[in-house]
Design a protein around this ligand. Structure first.
Ligand SMILES: [Zn+2]
Length: 360
């Protein structure tokens, strides 16, 4: 399609800015409400290559605000469903869908940092562990990090690590907030327009950085509460901390491999179950699902479970268990990368027991 489709935008960023967008690779981690809206903006703007990373499948409760998904996508991995939609929006954009849990072991690979260095790392996540991991990657590789978060009707965004004076996330918040001390979409709910606003703030900053207008990038931590009509911008220019563990001392604690379950900190570790924020679900670490016979997995499961209770959608197979086990319905989703997601519980041991019913 002709470059004419970008005519309205070129009036602002110019032909050279548009060419820079087309040549750029941007990585977005988390394809929930923020990630969907950011990816939609960037694909329409003509960013040439997008990498989308998400570990989860589309749920009915996502449709209220996650703008790339339709009812038919329920049960499909979010990264692939989003990529399909974006290909229809702008066929000239190359979209890599990574159905994976971005962690210390795989982050540099799934984000394409080694193969095709992203110009910006964009935060579409809902958890602080992944944000601190992204911050480590940002500083280690010298790639700007566009932070964003939203819950209830509140949100915040900031452009981090753009240069020698620009702080990183740990300059502002040295440690990960303790579990349970921050609101989640599950506990506080979330309004679609609030997330859309934060996503727009992030997307425009990405466009500025990529199109060559770094001098116009926001130097404030911006906070908004659309329910109380409060807007706030706090300057973070010059707040880089020379003693910062990450950008000052260049210790990348969240990139340390954590296969050892006794590892004290830094990432979640691939070997441990992860209770998913706001999801009443547990992700179990990769297991042996039959590996090379992934294509036949759905068929084998269909033989073992009642008709209609097995669903295959791209790189995910979901088995619906009734509520006969503990009075709660559960879904067990097996991903092609070997992870198992169990819904209807936040108890890792319960999740393991339920997964065992499906995996045999
Ligand atoms: Zn720092």
């Amino acid at each position: 399609m002709s470059v004419q489709r970008y005519a309205r935008q070129i009036r602002i960023i110019g032909d050279q800015g548009q060419a820079r967008l087309a040549a750029a690779h941007v990585a977005i981690v988390g394809v929930g409400a923020l990630g969907c809206a950011i990816a939609d903006h960037l694909a329409r703007a003509g960013v040439g290559t997008l990498t989308l990373v998400d570990r989860d499948v589309v749920e009915p409760t996502n449709l209220q605000r996650q703008c790339l998904f339709a009812e038919a996508d329920v049960g499909s991995p979010k990264a692939s469903a989003a990529a399909t939609r974006l290909a229809a929006v702008n066929s000239s954009v190359r979209v890599y869908a990574e159905v994976a849990d971005c962690d210390a072991d795989n982050a540099e690979r799934v984000l394409g940092i080694l193969a095709q260095r992203p110009a910006v790392l964009v935060d579409g996540t809902d958890n602080f562990q992944t944000r601190y991991l992204l911050n480590d990657l940002s500083v280690k590789h010298g790639i700007p990090y566009v932070y964003g978060g939203a819950v209830a009707a509140e949100g915040a965004s900031a452009v981090l690590n753009t240069g020698p004076d620009s702080p990183c996330l740990r300059c502002l918040y040295p440690e990960v907030p303790a579990p349970g001390t921050t609101a989640t979409c599950d506990s506080a709910g979330v309004l679609g327009p609030a997330v859309a606003l934060v996503a727009a703030l992030q997307a425009v900053e990405v466009i500025k950085l990529v199109a060559g207008f770094t001098d116009r990038a926001s130097t404030s931590l911006r906070r908004v509460d659309l329910w109380t009509n409060a807007w706030q911008g706090v300057s973070i220019a010059g707040l880089r901390d020379p003693d910062c563990v990450c950008c000052g001392r260049r210790q990348f604690e969240f990139l340390e491999p954590t296969r050892d379950a006794s590892a004290p900190r830094g990432g979640r570790g691939r070997g441990r179950p992860v209770v998913l924020c706001g999801r009443n679900a547990v992700q179990l670490p990769p297991t042996d699902l039959g590996g090379d016979d992934w294509e036949g997995l759905a068929d084998r499961l269909a033989d073992r479970f009642a008709t209609g209770s097995v669903r295959r959608a791209g790189q995910a197979v979901t088995v619906s268990l009734g509520d006969e086990h503990d009075g709660q319905p559960h879904e067990i989703t097996l991903f092609a990368d070997g992870r198992v997601l169990v819904t209807g519980t936040s108890d890792p041991e319960r999740a393991r027991a339920l997964a065992a019913r499906v995996l045999g």
